[in-house]
Design a protein around this ligand. Structure first.
Ligand SMILES: [Zn+2]
Length: 285
């Protein structure tokens, strides 16, 4: 991707090197948090109460406490440029539909982070939290994608960012709420199927972004789209299950197979038409 001369987004919150918001107090690693929690417990309270209130009051550090390496800084700039492109595409798509696009924040963290969806570590992978409308990415996941999942290339990371912003688009459109309202009403198996449809739609929406990015001059390079398809395939449930546990349990799928993920990403890429992305109504995924 030729990203260096492109606009950078203002919506990246870089917490790398800071340990993440509230971690020093609430995460149990900082001495003060533990001492206060233990004192509180001795007094008969719920330690969750005190860490909770401290996290809310404690502002996170404005800048990294440890300087980032040149490579880390460059990665941050790359993420900002990709996010800016995704913002441009969705702002225009929403405008064309007579709606206003509300931009999500993107939090870069290392190690652990506190979100409105709870604490997350790098092992949880990139995620979108509807509660605070933020995408969370630990870039070590990107290294895992390259080394362990066999999905190299800068566009592989761009696909992941676009997929997570796809969840934000679903949140703005009320799709996330509709799906989540079924939790507990459906069997686990049926709810998982609904999750698969939501995830495949996020892949489709990533493809819609790629469609418009691909139309721009001097942005994507040959091989980029293939990197994205390869990444979509690499994060299929069947592929990941086989790799981590050696066998596949289709009922436990929550993201879709490699083939399905590639198909929906490609559908978005080929059409660029948000109306073609009804994974919930599709008879065949
Ligand atoms: Zn997802």
């Amino acid at each position: 991707m030729k990203w260096r001369s492109r606009r950078q987004s203002d919506n990246v919150e870089d917490l790398r090197g800071t340990g993440g918001r509230g971690l020093k107090i609430g995460g149990g690693i900082g001495g003060l948090g533990i001492v206060i929690a233990i004192l509180y417990m001795l007094l008969g309270g719920n330690p969750g109460d005190v860490t909770q209130s401290l996290q809310v009051d404690q502002p996170y550090a404005a800048g990294p406490s440890e300087p980032l390496s040149a490579k880390d800084q460059e990665m941050g700039q790359f993420v900002s440029a990709v996010l800016a492109s995704i913002e441009d595409v969705w702002r225009e798509r929403f405008r064309a539909a007579g709606e206003a696009y509300v931009e999500p924040k993107l939090v870069l963290f290392s190690g652990q982070v506190d979100s409105a969806c709870g604490y997350a570590g790098a092992s949880s992978g990139p995620f979108y939290c509807p509660g605070d409308s933020k995408v969370y990415i630990d870039l070590s996941f990107f290294e895992d994608m390259q080394r362990q999942l066999g999905a190299p290339g800068d566009f592989a990371l761009a696909y992941v960012i676009a997929h997570e912003v796809g969840h934000h688009v679903q949140n703005l459109l009320g799709i996330n709420d509709q799906v989540m309202s079924q939790r507990g009403r459906l069997s686990e198996r049926d709810f998982n199927q609904l999750m698969v449809r939501m995830e495949l739609q996020a892949d489709f929406l990533a493809g819609v972004w790629a469609h418009y990015a691909n139309m721009e001059k001097d942005f994507l390079e040959s091989g980029d789209i293939e990197e994205g398809m390869n990444a979509a395939s690499a994060v299929g449930d069947d592929r990941i299950m086989k790799r981590t546990q050696g066998y596949v349990v289709p009922d436990a799928f929550t993201h879709g197979t490699s083939e399905q993920r590639v198909r929906w990403f490609k559908k978005g890429l080929d059409t660029g038409d948000i109306n073609k992305g009804d994974t919930f109504g599709a008879a065949v995924l």
